[in-house]
Design a protein around this ligand. Structure first.
Ligand code: 4AD
Ligand code: MG
Length: 443
């Protein structure tokens, strides 16, 4: 018999034919005359109802076990499902002890509960849906960039640069090495990448539109709902651009293109899709950091952290600003120069000392993405690196400005935060297959 993926069974084409399916039992109901089970094989959220004579029951058959079923695919007499499989043979491929199995039949477990079983949680409907959406969203990201003329660059995971200079690096060495430079593997201190930006900037000297999408690492000692030690970042770099508006345009089109996947939303209440469509139809407000600080200072809200010009925006401030702007994504531009890394372009003509940097804040999450124009003027960049004591480290970066330099800029978007936002998932640990955070690296 033809092997069917369960999702194909619902396409009607095979009705009346002898087929076989392989998957896992998601519900199990032995009755006097007949045995009913639902089998899911990960191809979609749908499970196929299997009906078999009671005599076919096997003591090993039950919720969670792996099976192969052969039989005839029929139109179902019940309105609940269009088709069902009339079994001729059922094999238990892998049994599943219901007492020890942490997920129970007919129970709707919370994401928090299933998170305790990282090695088993893909067997739940909720998490397997999430993984399918994540996979679709990944494809949508690549397709957006391909369709818009971007070159994919595989930036390295191991690097000697600390792009963000925020002291959140994981140092890498083989076991047993002393961290002194001689005798270390690379002869220089190396780290897991915190951002592929500088490597993208190298490439943007020959390709006007480049992007990367890969794992990124931050030793952030935070137990928050939006921080991971390993997360995936989408980063883009665009040459021949002189304004923040050019960057925000890319973001806006990308945002709607990425969300073709909103059709797959299962986890969230249905209205979320409408909220999302609604949100994307509106134009995202753009405010300056200085305006943001004014808004925060004028508000009657009490914040834990101070809100003076020069202070960084904290999550509580970001969430407030999003609400203030009508609960839609909002761009905040022109942050104080001192808050931004060495590469951010100095807004010399502004009355206050700011940089041409922009963050995108979104409902439920706060900062989803951050970007800037990069300092392309050799003398300004050199003096900035000098102030930071980085002139020697970044002589190669200065070279980029020496040979055929052009105005350019880019951004990085946290892929997990993006999924949190479109799916309304509260905790970032629930949108990544294997979350890594401080004091936790299971598996
Ligand atoms: O704002 P960040 O630090 O910007 C950069 O790294 C730039 N070099 C990117 C660029 O311009 N190419 O990080 C970018 C985004 C943040 O806005 C956030 O969404 C996400 O990465 N992010 C994290 N996501 C999960 N866990 C963490 N610990 C994160 N740190 C940053
Ligand atoms: Mg940032």
């Amino acid at each position: 018999p033809t092997k069917l993926r369960v999702s194909e069974a619902f396409l009607d084409a095979q009705v009346g034919e002898k087929v076989r399916i392989q998957g896992w039992v998601r519900s199990f109901r032995p009755q006097k005359q007949n045995l009913f089970l639902h089998v899911n094989d990960g191809s979609s959220l749908k499970s196929l109802q299997v009906i078999a004579p009671a005599a076919m029951n096997d003591p090993l058959l039950g919720f969670g076990c792996a099976v192969e079923v052969r039989g005839i695919l029929k139109k179902s007499p019940h309105s609940k499902q269009p088709v069902e499989l009339e079994a001729e043979q059922i094999w238990v491929i892998g049994e599943c002890n219901p007492v020890d199995f942490p997920f129970k039949i007919k129970e709707r477990h919370s994401l928090e509960y299933i998170r305790q079983f990282l090695h088993l949680r893909c067997r739940t409907n909720a998490f397997s849906s999430l993984l399918r959406i994540r996979s679709e969203a990944t494809a949508a990201v690549h397709s957006y960039f391909k369709n818009n003329g971007f070159l994919l660059v595989h930036t390295p995971t191991i690097t000697s640069n600390d792009c963000e200079g925020a002291g959140e690096l994981f140092q890498v060495e083989p076991p047993g090495t002393t961290f002194a430079n001689e005798g270390s593997f690379f002869s220089v201190p190396v780290y897991l990448t915190v951002s592929g930006q500088l490597h993208l900037e190298v490439m943007s000297g020959a390709f006007p539109r480049v992007y990367t999408f890969g794992p990124t690492f931050r030793a952030e000692n935070s137990q928050s709902r939006r921080h991971l030690a390993e997360f995936f970042m989408v980063e883009a770099e665009i040459s021949f651009t002189e304004s923040i508006e050019d960057l925000t345009k890319v973001w806006k089109t990308a945002a709607s293109d990425f969300t073709i996947i909103s059709a797959y939303i299962f986890l969230s209440p249905l209205h979320l899709k409408d909220t999302l469509d609604d949100m994307l139809r509106k134009s995202f407000p753009v405010i300056t950091y200085t305006e943001a600080i004014d808004i925060l200072k004028r508000s009657s809200e009490t914040f834990t952290f101070p809100t003076d010009w020069g202070c960084d925006l904290m999550t509580e401030h970001e969430k407030f600003l999003v609400k203030h702007c009508g609960n839609i994504p909002v761009f905040v531009t022109d942050y104080p120069h001192d808050l931004k890394p060495f590469y951010a372009r100095d807004n010399q003509d502004h009355p206050k000392h700011t940089a041409a940097a922009v963050d995108l804040l979104v409902p439920g999450v706060g900062e989803l993405s951050g970007g800037s124009l990069r300092e392309e003027r050799l003398d300004l960049l050199r003096s900035r690196l000098g102030e930071c004591g980085l002139e020697d480290t970044y002589s190669w970066y200065l070279d980029l400005r020496r040979f055929g330099s052009v105005p350019h800029g880019g951004f990085g978007l946290g892929f997990e935060r993006y999924l949190q936002c479109i799916l309304g998932v509260d905790n970032i640990k629930d949108v990544i297959p294997f979350p890594r955070f401080s004091h936790s690296c299971l598996l």
